[in-house]
Ligand binder design. Structure first.
Ligand code: ADP
Length: 640
């Protein structure tokens, strides 16, 4: 540019005021020129920067005017949606973009019409990449809307990573959700969604985009505890938060454990998981129950380990033995042993338990002060998962009171029996006197005795005879309980033969047929008790048969190894089933005094007492007019 100072006006003289003004103006122009040059340099640099930025950026950018015509685009945009220089000036709506974004045109129109920016994930159809497409209004420096800027950010790797993450968390059996710093759900797994549906909950209430803090707060008191915990983790005030809560379904007992773990100290949000811990809770519940039963059981319980050291005792144990738990735990149970049993007895007890899994019996124990007391002891073996002996569990009940009561009962029974024996024995003497004096009176009066007087005397003698029979039966009854039973092995057939011999006359007179099965079985009891029972039952079977019927009786013996069951079946008159209990009571008869050969009604009471003394039981079954079966049990002899 030519300098203003070298113009023709300069020639008019140096001192001319115009010259001065021109010089000043020239200087000012020079300054402006310099400033412009600097600004131009800056602008050029800025332009270069923008060009370089655009070239270097991976973010594809397309600048559009208000009509949607392409003004400019970056190389990344050309790559992303396949634009060429020829597209500049063309309306983007007319181009066939390789972009799977069905609402692109609508969204762009909306932004060009002054709407809000739009963001959308879309795949690029040609090569399957995924782009985050953002349509943003283009505003000039005076804020006037001049078009739109469309950016494309390649999020293919990010989306793939997200998908992989989703697959990973879907494979977790627990319900997992990720929330952002504000507590809004960003990600949930399949179990989370399933749980919401299973519980009738709406997935849209616990799905992505929902404020989980709000969801928790709306869930009542338990929910606000959870909300507080979650908030504390998000605020970085807690390293993590866990909470166990019940969530029972109508048909299911359910408990869950919620865990909240922070992401980047809570700034990045948190990972929430809900784990179903119902199985663990159930086991805990069972354990609590078992512990309560253990502690509050009325029976003493001692648990020892495989090394025979006590590991646990309950309250009843301490109450009965006087030993506090800490005095015995870790020790062997020897402190409880009494010298009434030798070492071999205790060794056998343990060996039996280890071998058979169970031992039961009466044992004498020692209390803390040294006093002995009887107990009923059950020892059982508990094995571990591999089947190895793990624990011995001993349960025992103090029998002291029962033993004392039994002893008292035995003594009073013995006294009563003694009394009955003496009384009945002594009663026979005056009775015999009454009968003999009545006979003497009859003889004294001689053959001229009036008929009615003879009849009265006959009644009196008969009464005395019946009373004698009653006393004899009473004596027999009291004899059953007296003395110690002589227990030994005997063949039942032998006892049956003795009973038949004793009843020889009755059998012959009635023509009774008797069949015996299993007579070779050996019973282990008092043979006299057994004879008494069999003889009474056989006599009744013959006696209670209609006179026009031949008695048919079968005696069958069967053993189950421990007990022998003897059944005496007849074809007699039978017994109504509402009388089954009554016939075993003393002096109870179902017939008139003289019917079926008479009787005192004591026979079956004697049988019952004898059977029970042998350790068995007596029952009857019967059908009226068809026959009766009396069944009793006796211990079988131990087989070697
Ligand atoms: P008793 O034979 O002296 O009357 P028991 O005690 O032996 O006394 O029997 C009680 C009652 O049970 C009998 O009076 C009889 O009514 C009934 N009874 C006993 N055995 C039989 C039987 N085998 N068949 C029918 N009734 C019987």
């Amino acid at each position: 540019m030519p300098s203003l100072a070298t113009g023709p006006q300069c020639r008019q003289g140096r001192d001319h005021p115009l010259n001065e003004e021109l010089r000043t103006a020239n200087e000012q122009l020079q300054n402006v020129n310099e400033e412009l040059t600097v600004k131009l340099d800056e602008l050029t640099r800025l332009n270069d920067d923008i060009d370089n930025l655009i070239a270097a950026s991976d973010i594809g950018t397309v600048f559009l005017d208000l009509l949607g015509r392409i003004r400019r685009f970056t190389p990344a945009a050309a790559r992303s949606i396949a634009l060429t220089e020829a597209d500049v000036g063309r309306r983007v709506f007319d181009l066939k973009l390789s972009l799977d974004y069905p609402t692109f045109d609508d969204d762009l129109y909306s932004v060009l019409a002054g709407g809000l920016p739009v963001e959308q994930e879309a795949s690029v159809t040609a090569d399957g990449r995924v782009m985050m497409v953002r349509i943003h209004p283009y505003r000039r420096s005076d804020q006037a809307l001049a078009g739109a800027v469309v950016t494309f950010v390649d999020v293919t790797r990010l989306t793939a990573a997200e998908r992989r993450l989703q697959v990973y968390i879907n494979s977790l059996p627990h319900q997992v959700a990720v929330v952002d710093h504000d507590g809004t759900i960003c990600l949930t797994n399949a179990a989370w969604k399933r749980f919401a549906i299973e519980n009738g909950g709406r997935p849209d209430r616990t799905g992505v985009g929902i404020d989980y803090l709000d969801v928790c707060k709306a869930a009542g008191a338990g929910g606000s505890t959870i909300a507080d915990g979650l908030q504390a983790v998000l605020n970085g005030e807690m390293a993590s938060f866990t909470h166990e809560y019940p969530c029972h379904a109508p048909s299911e007992f359910r408990w869950f454990l919620m865990t909240v773990s922070p992401v980047e100290g809570g700034i990045g949000g948190a990972v929430i998981s809900h784990i179903n811990i119902s199985a663990r809770k159930r086991v805990e519940e069972e354990l609590r129950l078992a512990a309560s039963v253990f502690e509050n059981s009325g029976e003493s319980i001692v648990i020892a380990n495989a090394a025979e050291r006590i590991v646990s005792v309950n309250r009843a144990f301490s109450e009965i033995t006087g030993f506090a738990a800490e005095e015995v735990i870790g020790r062997t149970p020897r402190a409880l042993f009494s010298d009434r049993h030798d070492t071999a007895f205790y060794r056998n007890l343990i060996d039996d338990t280890l071998g058979k899994g169970l031992w039961r019996g009466e044992v004498w124990c020692r209390r803390k002060g040294g006093k002995l007391f009887p107990v009923w002891l059950t020892v059982s073996l508990v094995r571990d998962e591999e089947g190895q002996p793990a624990n011995l569990v001993a349960l025992f009940r103090d029998l002291s009171d029962r033993k004392a009561a039994e002893q008292r009962l035995l003594e009073s029974n013995a006294e009563l029996e003694q009394f009955a024996y003496v009384a009945s024995h002594d009663l026979r003497e005056p009775l015999r006197m009454v009968a003999s004096y009545l006979g003497m009176i009859e003889r004294k009066i001689g053959p001229g005795i009036p008929g009615d007087l003879k009849e009265y005397l006959g009644y009196a003698v008969d009464g005395a005879r019946r009373m004698d029979a009653l006393i004899l039966d009473l004596l027999e009854y009291s004899r059953v309980g007296r003395g110690i039973p002589r227990t030994r092995g005997f063949a039942l057939g032998d006892v049956i033969a003795r009973a038949r011999a004793n009843l020889k006359v009755a059998i012959e007179e009635s023509g009774a047929e008797i069949f015996v099965v299993g007579g070779d079985l050996i019973a282990e009891a008092d043979a006299d008790d057994c004879l008494r029972v069999l003889q009474n039952l056989l006599a009744n079977a013959i006696k209670y048969c209609p006179s026009d019927r031949q008695p048919g009786i079968s005696i069958s013996c069967k053993s189950d190894g421990e007990m022998i069951t003897v059944a005496v079946a007849d074809n007699g008159i039978g017994i109504p089933d509402n009388q089954f209990d009554r016939i075993f009571r003393m002096f109870q008869r179902l017939h008139g005094r003289q019917d079926y050969g008479g009787g005192t009604g004591i026979g079956l009471a004697i049988c019952k007492k004898s059977v029970e003394r042998m350790g068995g039981a007596l029952h009857v079954s019967s059908i009226v007019d068809v026959g009766s079966t009396f069944t009793f049990t006796v211990p079988a002899a131990v087989q070697n």
